[in-house]
Write a protein of this length. Structure first.
Length: 690
C-alpha cells in the first residue's frame, strides 16, 4: 500500500478509534484517559503537516486510490480518496483546529458530568470531517456529510438538560436536513446525466474537448449545481438557512470553535471549491448572490448583539458569505485561501471568548452570583489588565478578521474583494456593481463590530468591581492554543518567497485549478478573474484599507473615546426602526415561525385530526363497530333461528316420527295384520272414490 494512502487512512480512522475508546471505555480510563484523544489528534496533525510539506516543497499531491464497494449489474459504487493538494491543505486546517481544541478542552471541560463522552464526540466529528475532505465522490462525501450533521447535533446538545441547548441541537439538525435534501437531489441529477458520482468522472463529463455528456443540457447542469449548493447553504449557514448557527452557540465554546468557526461550516465552502469546475455561469451567479446577501446580513446583525459568542457567530455567517461569494465570482482560489486564514483567526477568537467566559464564570461563582450572564459583554470591561494573554491574542484575531495589513486576513480578504471588482469590470450590467459594494460594505461593518467587542470586553471600567477582583488569566493549557493560533494569524507563512499563495511559483497556485486548466462551462464562468484580477487587486488594497480603517475609527469614537454615545445613537436608530432590524436578527425566526412553523403545525394538527378522528375513529373503527354488530346479528340468527328452529326443529320432528314408529313396531303378528287390513281398506276406499 502506498505511503500516502497509509497516511490518509491513519488520519481518517485514528479519530474514530479515539471516539470508540472514549465512548465505551472512557469511565474506566477516567479523566486522564482524554489525553489519549489529544495525542491521537496531534498524530494526525503531524501526518497532515508531513504531506503538506511535500506540497510546499514543490511535489504535487495527485493520488486517487479507490476500491469497489458493491456492484449491481451495471451500477458500481466505489470508495476512495481524492488526495490532491486541495485535500492536503484542508486536512492541515482540520488537524490544526481539532488538535488545539482537544488540548483546550482538557481544562475548559474539566469537571463536566459527561467529560469523556464529550471527547468521544469530538473524535467522531473529526473523523467525519476528514472523510468529507478525502472523499473522491459525491456519494462518499454525502455519507460523511450526514455524519458531520449527527456529530454536530451531539456536540451542540452536549448540555441537553438545558432546554435551550436541546432546542439548538434540534434546530441545527433539522435546518441542515433541508439543505441536505436539495444536495441529494443534485447528486441524483448528476448521476442521471453523467452516470458517475466521482469528481473526476463529472469533470470529464463537462469537458468541452471530450465527450461533454451535458452538451445541450446546460439547464440540467445549472439545476444540478444549484441543488448541490443547497447542501452548502445549510452546512455553511447561508441565507436563508443561516438561522441555526447563532443558536448553536449553546454548545460548549470549544465546540463553537471546532464546528462553527473553522471546520464544519467550512465544509460547504470546500465542497463548492471542489465542485467549481462543473458549475455553470448561471449557477455561479446564484452562488455569488447568496454569498453576498449572507455577508452583509451577518455583519449587520452582529453590530447590535451583546452576547460575545453570538457576535462571533454572526461574524462567522458573514465571513462564510464572503467565501461563497468569492466562489460565485470565480475567485475560488481566494475563497479557499480565506477559508484557511479564517479558520485560524476565527478559531482564535472563539477560544479567546471561551477564555473570557471561563474566567467570568469563575469570578461570578467566587462572588456568589449565579444570575449574571458570563457571556454578556455589558457585564465585562477592563479585562485587559487581568487577562493580558487573552487580550493580546484576541486583539490579533480582531486585526486579522478586520483585514488590517500585516495580518493574514488582509491577504485573503483583499483577494476576495479583488475578485468582486474583477467580476464587476467584466460584467457591465448595473447589478454587477452590487457585489463589490456588498464586499467592501461588509468589511467596514466587520471592523466596527469586532473592535466594539474588544473595547466592551477589555477596555473601559469593569461593570462589576467585585467580580473583577476575582478575575484571572486562564491556565496555560488554555492559553497555549491561543498563542499558537495568534502566530498563525500573522502573514509570515504566506508571504515568504515561494510561500506566497498568489506568487507565480507559489505552492498555493497548485492547490486550486486555474482558469486555463478548468474544463467545461466553468472556463467561461472564470475567465473574468484571469482577465482582471491583478488589476483589480491593486485597486482593492487601498479601498479595503480605507473601509477597515473607517470601521475601526468609528468603533474607537463610540466605544473607546466615548465621543459619541452608543446608547443615544441606538435610541435614535430605534425610533426609525433600524436598530430593531439588527437586534432582532431581521425577524427571520419570527417570519419563519409565522409563515412556516405555525402553518405547518396547524396543517399537521388538521392532518392528525383527519387521520385519527375521521379516518381511524370513524371510518376504520366504524367499519369495525359495524362488523361487530353484523357479527352479533349473524350469531343470533345462526343460533336462535337456524340452529334452534330450523336445524333442531328438523331433529325434533324426526325424533317424534321415530317415537311413533317405535310404537308401531310391537312384534305381534296380529297387530301387523290389523294395520295391513286397515291399510288395504284405505287404499280400496281411495281407489273407489277416484
Amino acid at each position: 500500500m502506498d505511503v500516502r494512502t497509509q497516511f490518509a487512512l491513519i488520519i481518517l480512522f485514528l479519530p474514530l478509534a479515539s471516539c470508540v475508546l472514549q465512548i465505551f471505555f472512557g469511565r474506566r480510563l477516567g479523566p486522564r484517559g482524554v489525553w489519549i484523544s489529544v495525542a491521537a489528534e496531534f498524530v494526525t496533525l503531524v501526518l497532515a503537516f508531513s504531506m503538506l510539506a511535500t506540497v510546499v516543497l514543490g511535489t504535487p499531491m495527485q493520488h486517487y486510490p479507490e476500491v469497489e464497494w458493491f456492484s449491481l449489474g451495471t451500477f458500481t459504487l466505489t470508495l476512495g480518496f481524492q488526495l490532491d493538494n486541495l485535500a492536503v491543505a484542508m486536512l492541515m486546517v482540520v488537524a490544526i483546529i481539532s488538535s488545539l481544541v482537544h488540548l483546550y478542552s482538557v481544562e475548559y471541560m474539566r469537571g463536566d458530568v459527561r467529560y469523556t463522552r464529550y471527547f468521544g464526540y469530538l473524535g467522531l466529528f473529526t473523523f467525519s470531517m476528514n472523510g468529507i475532505v478525502l472523499a473522491h465522490s459525491l456519494v462518499m462525501m454525502f455519507i460523511f456529510w450526514e455524519l458531520v450533521g449527527l456529530s454536530s447535533y451531539l456536540l451542540i446538545g452536549h448540555w441537553f438538560e438545558k432546554d435551550s441547548a436541546a432546542s439548538a441541537g434540534r434546530k441545527a439538525f433539522l435546518t441542515n436536513r433541508v439543505g441536505d435534501i436539495g444536495m441529494f437531489i443534485g447528486i441524483m441529477l448528476f448521476w442521471a446525466a453523467a452516470g458517475t458520482f466521482t469528481f473526476h468522472g463529472l469533470f470529464e463529463a463537462v469537458d468541452v474537448e471530450g465527450a461533454n455528456l451535458f452538451a445541450g443540457q446546460t439547464t440540467l447542469l445549472t439545476v444540478a449545481g444549484i441543488m448541490v449548493f443547497m447542501g452548502a447553504v445549510g452546512k455553511s449557514a447561508q441565507f436563508p438557512l443561516h438561522i441555526w448557527l447563532p443558536d448553536a452557540m449553546e454548545g460548549p465554546t470549544p465546540v463553537s470553535c471546532l464546528i462553527h468557526a473553522a471546520t464544519m461550516v467550512a465544509a460547504g465552502v470546500y465542497m463548492m471549491v471542489r465542485m467549481f469546475p462543473i458549475l455553470t455561469p448561471d449557477a455561479l451567479l446564484v452562488v455569488g448572490a447568496v454569498g453576498a446577501i449572507t455577508a452583509v446580513l451577518g455583519a449587520l446583525i452582529a453590530i447590535t448583539q451583546f452576547d460575545i459568542k453570538r457576535v462571533l457567530a454572526y461574524s462567522t455567517v458573514s465571513q462564510l458569505g464572503y467565501m461563497i461569494m468569492a466562489v460565485g465570482m470565480g475567485a475560488q482560489q481566494a475563497a479557499f485561501f480565506h477559508l484557511a486564514t479564517h479558520a485560524m483567526f476565527k478559531g482564535l477568537l472563539f477560544l479567546c471568548s471561551g477564555s473570557v467566559i471561563h474566567a467570568m464564570h469563575h469570578a461570578l461563582h467566587e462572588k456568589g452570583d449565579h444570575n449574571t450572564d458570563p457571556q454578556d459583554m455589558r457585564n465585562m470591561g477592563g479585562l485587559r489588565k487581568k487577562m493580558p494573554i487573552t487580550y493580546i491574542t484576541m486583539l490579533i484575531g480582531a486585526l486579522a478578521i478586520s483585514g488590517v495589513p500585516l495580518f493574514s486576513g488582509f491577504l485573503s480578504k483583499d483577494a476576495i474583494l479583488a475578485g468582486t471588482l474583477a467580476f464587476a469590470s467584466e460584467h457591465h450590467q448595473w447589478w454587477a456593481v452590487l457585489f463589490p459594494i456588498a464586499g467592501f460594505g461588509a468589511a467596514a461593518v466587520t471592523a466596527f463590530y469586532m473592535f466594539r467587542l474588544i473595547f466592551m470586553t477589555f477596555h473601559g471600567k469593569p461593570s462589576d468591581e467585585k467580580a473583577y477582583e476575582h478575575m484571572a488569566e486562564t491556565p496555560a493549557v488554555m492559553t497555549m492554543p491561543l498563542v499558537i493560533l495568534a502566530v498563525l494569524c500573522l502573514p509570515l507563512f504566506f508571504t515568504l518567497p515561494g510561500l506566497n499563495p498568489f506568487q507565480a511559483e507559489g505552492w498555493f497556485t497548485n492547490v486550486i485549478p486555474q482558469a486555463e486548466n478548468l474544463t467545461g462551462f466553468t472556463e467561461l464562468g472564470a475567465e473574468h478573474l484571469e482577465h482582471g484580477f491583478h488589476e483589480a487587486h491593486g485597486m482593492a488594497v487601498p479601498i479595503s484599507m480605507s473601509v477597515a480603517g473607517l470601521g475601526i475609527a468609528l468603533s474607537i469614537i463610540f466605544y473607546l473615546l466615548g465621543w459619541l454615545n452608543p446608547k443615544t445613537w441606538a435610541e435614535r436608530l430605534w425610533r426609525i426602526g433600524l436598530y430593531q432590524l439588527s437586534f432582532y436578527k431581521f425577524y427571520f425566526d419570527e417570519i419563519y415561525d409565522a409563515l412556516i412553523y405555525r402553518p405547518f403545525l396547524w396543517l399537521t394538527d388538521k392532518v392528525a385530526w383527519i387521520d385519527w378522528d375521521l379516518w381511524d375513529q370513524r371510518f376504520i373503527d366504524g367499519w369495525g363497530r359495524n362488523t361487530v354488530r353484523a357479527g352479533n346479528a349473524s350469531g343470533w340468527l345462526d343460533y336462535h333461528w337456524l340452529d334452534q328452529i330450523v336445524i333442531d326443529g328438523f331433529g325434533r320432528i324426526t325424533n317424534g316420527l321415530g317415537a311413533i314408529g317405535r310404537r308401531l313396531q310391537t312384534g305381534r303378528v296380529q297387530n301387523y295384520l290389523m294395520w295391513a287390513l286397515a291399510g288395504a281398506i284405505i287404499v280400496f276406499l281411495v281407489a273407489a272414490s277416484i
